[in-house]
Design a protein around this ligand. Structure first.
Ligand code: UDP
Length: 486
């Protein structure tokens, strides 16, 4: 069958923070670059929760979404496995379904490209077997992508120096990575996490292309280092494309629908007067930390919306797999009398809030975020300055960039005993919401918002990048068609 449009297959790993940016990429490829798009969504247990949230938050009518039957790997894992191990195993188990689906697609043109996130790398050899182009999508910064590309070919001795002497890691053409902000995998060179990440980095640089959810003007140096013919540029087999900011906006459909109680409450608040606090799709805190946050919000004397999850000791990503279910809906873990004392001033939301709508609302004036990249982009997209409270993955790097380089966030400082006290919580909130410093940050973040919009418009850098990638797929498609018997 001769096809005029390339057909991109997008494979997303479990977790709303992975699914949302992949869906946004799919929408962009379909609406602005004339691709056929099929998205395979892998979930761990109840696909219903994921698909319900997806339906509530995104207009998916135009996308072809395939839910891979839920995969339960719990009996194949050691006790308390790291998040990455669980996701990787789940992705591995999804491969047979993916292969049989890809070989039997008949209502669309044959797939010409596979785009995976950082946990979908195991699917790349299969895509090559099936004659598809392979792309890896970093739903995050160019800086983190640069660190990963550099790591693919870095001498272990250099990494040991970084881990042991706590020296910054120099990344060619980019801001060095301070030890304080480094990745967990880099802490023990030679350990399982280190080796796993190293193998992943090798797979990534061997792909036909790399996409990143950032834009040239936001990260000019890291983008340049990756796209030009320098040390990093030469490490990747294919081109590196900055294609963002791809951000979930407020859907028209939802705007017309009935508003939930949180948004109704926001409607009654003055402009830019409410601070929103949320730790992404799976972030959790210890009981002590939650208590200090509650008392700190109270002390700040600011209006607030706080998304809470039951405390989780020692695991900052504790709710990653059950974003919207379970937990103690009575929120009995909050300090006694807190809900009563803050009535009218603040609202506490259990487990999951309509974040895109909250950040877009004119009453929202600040965002205390764990610095997951989707949250950061949603904040930028709405011109909302941030308090950066990084928890895991590359979030410390994001926090550094937002506070030290871009000047759009105040960073929470670590305190002895690992618990940030209520005084600091109140102080950082007031710095963004009340102090003069906050006015400057608000101005800067609004400038970033405009620069992101520019990148996506018809002649913008990100639009141009995806057009180039589209061209690559088109050429590949024509070459495959030419090989078919007449
Ligand atoms: N999100 C939401 N409501 C919540 C928590 C999260 O809609 O209560 C969405 C948020 O808008 C973002 C995504 O979930 O699009 C979280 O992604 P992010 O990269 O910020 O963090 P992760 O969950 O990957 O740690």
């Amino acid at each position: 069958m001769t096809a005029s449009k390339p057909h991109a297959i997008l494979l997303t790993s479990p977790g709303m923070g992975h699914i949302i940016p992949m869906v946004e990429l799919g929408k962009r490829l379909l609406a602005h670059h004339s691709f056929h798009v099929t998205i395979f969504v892998v979930t761990t247990d109840s696909a219903t929760t994921t698909s319900q949230i997806l339906q509530q938050t995104s207009n998916l009518s135009s996308l072809n979404i395939v839910h891979v039957p839920p995969i339960d790997v719990s009996n194949k894992l050691p006790p308390n496995p790291p998040l990455e191990i669980r996701i990787n195993l789940t992705m591995l188990e999804s491969l047979p379904f993916l292969r049989s689906s890809l070989t039997s697609i008949n209502n669309f043109p044959p797939p010409s490209a596979l785009i995976v996130d950082l946990f979908g790398l195991q699917a790349l050899p299969m895509a090559r077997d099936l004659g598809m182009l392979t792309y890896v999508y970093f739903a995050t910064t160019a800086w983190f992508s640069a660190v990963t590309v550099y790591f693919s070919d870095t001498d272990k001795k250099i990494m040991e120096r970084h881990a042991e002497s706590r020296e910054p890691l120099s990344i060619p053409g980019c801001t060095p990575l301070r030890f304080e902000d480094t990745l967990e995998s880099f802490l023990s060179p030679g350990g399982a996490m280190y080796e796993g990440y190293h193998a992943a980095a090798k797979e990534i640089v061997a792909a036909d292309g790399i996409l990143m959810n950032t834009w040239q003007d936001l990260e000019p140096t890291a983008t340049k280092a990756l796209t030009e013919d320098g040390i990093l540029g030469r490490l990747t087999k294919g081109e590196v494309y900055a294609v963002g900011p791809l951000v979930r906006g407020v859907e028209k459909k939802l705007e017309g629908g009935k508003k939930g109680w949180v948004l109704q409450w926001l409607d009654e608040q003055p402009a830019e007067s409410v601070v929103y606090m949320s730790l992404g799709s799976g972030g959790t805190m210890s009981g002590n930390q939650m208590r200090e946050v509650a008392l700190g919000l109270e002390l700040s004397q600011q209006r607030f919306i706080w998304v809470v999850r039951p405390p989780c000791e020692g695991d900052a990503s504790g709710a990653f797999f059950d974003v919207a279910s379970g937990g103690d809906a009575e929120m009995s873990y909050l300090p006694e009398g807190f809900l009563k004392r803050t009535e009218g001033v603040g609202v506490v939301v259990h487990m999951w809030a309509p974040q895109a709508e909250i950040l877009e609302h004119p009453a929202t004036g600040g965002f205390v975020t764990h610095c997951g990249w989707n949250s950061v982009l949603e904040s930028v997209e709405n011109g909302v300055p941030m308090v950066a409270w990084p928890l895991y993955a590359e979030q410390k790097m994001n926090a550094f960039m937002l506070s030290e380089e871009l000047g759009v966030a105040v960073r929470v400082a670590e305190e002895g005993g690992g618990v940030v006290g209520r005084e600091q919580v109140a102080k950082v909130v007031r710095r963004v919401m009340v102090d003069k410093e906050g006015v400057g940050m608000r101005k800067k973040v609004k400038e970033l918002k405009l620069s992101g919009e520019k990148a996506l418009c018809m002649f913008g850098s990100s639009h141009h990048s995806l057009s180039k990638m589209r061209k690559e797929c088109e050429v590949h498609l024509q070459a495959s068609d030419a090989k078919l018997p007449p």
